[in-house]
Ligand binder design. Structure first.
Ligand code: COA
Ligand code: AMP
Length: 626
């Protein structure tokens, strides 16, 4: 069937289409209804069905005779070690981990926060939660204690799993003290913590509360998979919104398993037995979907990499991993390629490795700029596929569906809507725009399986954030256009979210931290274009009248505060003190113009400006920072 036929079928008969796809999953009890459109706040998939996601990812492959096939290859460029798990070994480790969690009192429906670096225990812990029907919430290691505390307070976990440390190129990051500080700040009392002790640094364990991973794993008995409803939550993943309060994206079990399993063959063109490497982090949605769940659901070998694209030890790191593990499909963020290209512009490192196993490169997380796309195509000699999705959607909205029908690549476009996603472009009044015109990218409801059914404990916020702006549609908060051939071009966010090295950050959250400094009267944080990281946050600070603290001090204080409150991943290093913030007559900060100035683009004075002199003065100061 062609892409066009399949896409049409999925929209005309979603129930029939997804019931067919659901045959790729083993159900303990079949679903009574494919799609219940009456549910609030959103329609629900596979109602009445019972399954276990972990059993679908692991046990069924062992039972089918594939126990000796490699399931997980962990490659650490930080410790120069490789650890391999067959499906039988991974099933055993996950079952014993589930037993250990159950011994600690974790039950179906309980939340477990996982704050771990890129070590096999992260995937094992996630799958063990899925096995028990417990809801995991992974927090990215680059977030600071306050961020971890906010997520602990929202998810109210019975257990937090952490490690003694993470390994960054120039430093060992002690995770346990970060967790201890988060537990001190949080209002919710976490009764138990489980700690993976790494040889590079040992963590102190609080008697009575903290347990040692290795000891508990050695004592634990394997726990069988617990049946859960298709609509029960599998995980919560917090992501940045426009305010400092992160949004807890909920993923269910049934829709997620069906959509992810279907996506592997149809979108990524993989078959069971292929080697799939998503060079991301388990703290992000890419890591959840394409390091852990999707490759295992399809019985691929998944590669988990602890390291960077450059500096660990050189820009050949990715090609070494591809060659060593015979990777067939690689998925990463354009920022990683910009970093590699910056250090290896002529592709010398590429030539030292056998990359013949590699069939396709997928890029996502931010728009892929055409020069990066061309460089990757030219040097790798394989199709380079930009594809667009979000934490909320869980899997791609727009891609070049390699397993259905490989379509020509158009640089700058993520290609075409995935079957099941009714993507439309609306103007601010909610009317469809003409082909080629830019507007709000929205998805007509119901969303396909795998997309978020709500935010954790916050149905009303879910409706407000995603469903109320354009009734009957999910708003992606991205702007873009669809061309005459149906190709989608995603151009920019329509809210205050910025994208720093493929990491999604809220300027509102950064502003809250900067504004909390005693000498700061008000501030604005804007995302400024950066050659490697895509965007970097820059702060514009207005100090209180009569402030006697030197401006340099205020700036270094706020930079330090963002690092310790949000985390190093925010990469907030640039700020200036300005006399006033340029605003409209109704008091709105003119962020768009400030961004144009900071990006070195030509700009014009907005008609709505309150005081043009302020804009000229701020422009002069920003140009000094560039
Ligand atoms: N734990 C603790 N600290 C972390 C961390 C973690 N898991 N991940 C990143 N950090 C720290 C880094 O050490 C760095 O700290 P520094 O300011 O002391 O140098 C800071 O956070 C920024 O990290 P990062 O964004 O990784 O930047 P970098 O300069 O170290 O590397 C790239 C730049 C482009 C190589 C890197 O960002 C990259 O590989 N990005 C890929 C993004 C990605 O996978 N996105 C997921 C969506 S697909
Ligand atoms: P996250 O939820 O962290 O995955 O970030 C999702 C956001 O990243 C999207 O809403 C887009 O703004 C941006 N994004 C992700 N992939 C792409 C892409 N291929 N092209 C353009 N923007 C992208």
């Amino acid at each position: 069937m062609t892409y066009a036929d399949l896409a049409a079928r999925a929209l005309q008969d979603p129930e029939g289409f997804w019931a067919e796809a659901a045959k790729g999953i083993d159900w303990i009890h079949p679903f009574d209804q494919v799609l219940d459109r009456t549910r609030t706040p959103a329609a629900r998939w596979f109602v009445g069905g019972k399954l276990n996601t972990c059993a679908n990812a692991l046990d069924r492959h062992v039972e089918a005779g594939f126990g000796d096939q490699l399931a997980l290859v962990h490659d650490s460029a930080m410790t120069n070690t490789v650890t391999r798990y067959t499906y039988a070994e991974l099933t055993d480790a996950v079952a014993r981990c589930a037993g250990a969690l159950a011994n600690l009192g974790v039950q179906k429906g309980d939340r477990v926060v996982i704050y771990l670096p890129m070590i096999p225990e992260a995937a094992i812990a996630m799958l063990a939660c899925a096995r028990l029907g417990a809801v995991h919430s992974v927090v990215f290691g680059g977030f600071a204690s306050a961020q971890l505390a906010a997520r602990i307070d929202d998810a109210q976990p019975t257990l937090v799993i952490t490690a003694s440390c993470g390994l960054e190129p120039k430093r060992v990051v002690p995770y346990k003290p970060l967790l201890d500080e988060a537990l001190r700040i949080a209002s919710h009392i976490v009764p138990r913590c489980l700690v993976v002790q790494r040889p590079q640094l040992s963590a102190d364990l609080a008697p009575g509360r903290d347990q040692d991973w290795a000891t508990l794993m050695a004592e634990a008995k394997p726990h069988p998979p617990v049946p859960v409803e298709a609509t029960d939550p599998l995980y919560i993943l917090y992501t940045s919104g426009t305010t400092g309060q992160p949004k807890g994206v909920v993923r269910d079990n049934g829709g997620h398993a069906v959509a992810l399993h279907w996506s592997m063959a149809n979108l990524y063109g993989t078959q069971p037995g292929d080697v799939y490497w998503a060079a991301s982090d388990v703290g992000w949605v890419v890591g959840h979907s394409y390091i852990v769940y999707a490759p295992l659901l399809q019985r691929c070998t998944t590669v988990m990499y602890e390291g960077k694209p450059v500096g660990t030890p050189d820009p050949g790191a990715f090609w070494r991993v591809v060659a060593d593990h015979q990777v067939n499909v690689l998925f990463t963020a354009p920022t990683a390629f910009r970093a590699i290209k910056g250090q290896d512009p002529t592709g010398q490192y590429l030539k030292s490795y056998d990359r013949s196993s590699l069939r396709t490169l997928f890029l996502a997380g931010e728009r892929c700029d055409p020069p990066t796309l061309r460089w990757a195509e030219e040097h790798l000699g394989v199709p380079v596929i930009d594809h667009w999705w979000q934490t909320e959607t869980g899997w791609p909205i727009v891609t070049n569906p390699r397993g259905i029908e490989p379509l020509p690549v158009k640089p700058g476009s993520a290609s075409v809507p995935v079957p099941g996603w009714d993507l439309q472009v609306l103007d601010d009044g909610g009317e469809p725009v003409a082909r080629g015109d830019i507007g709000n990218l929205v998805v007509k409801l119901p969303l396909p399986p795998g997309a978020l059914p709500t935010l954790w404990g916050a149905d009303e916020r879910f409706i407000q954030a995603y469903l109320s702006r354009f009734p009957g549609f999910y708003t992606t908060a991205d702007a873009g256009y669809i061309d005459e051939d149906g190709y989608v071009f995603v151009m920019a966010r329509t809210d205050d979210v910025i994208n720093v090295a493929g990491h999604r950050l809220s300027t509102g959250a950064l502003e809250e931290v900067v504004a909390s400094h005693a000498d700061v009267a008000e501030c604005a944080v804007i995302g400024v274009t950066d050659g490697t990281k895509g965007q970097l946050p820059w702060g514009l600070i207005v100090v209180n009248q009569g402030c006697t603290t030197p401006h340099e001090q205020v700036i270094s204080d706020t930079v330090a505060a963002v690092r310790s409150t949000i985390g190093p991943v925010a990469a907030f290093k640039h700020a200036i003190v300005v006399p006033r913030l340029p605003k409209t007559r109704s008091g709105k900060i003119l962020r768009g113009t400030l961004r144009q100035i900071a990006d070195g683009q030509t700009w014009s004075m907005p008609a709505t400006i309150e005081d043009p002199d302020v804009m000229h003065e701020v422009a002069r100061l920003i140009e000094g920072l560039r």
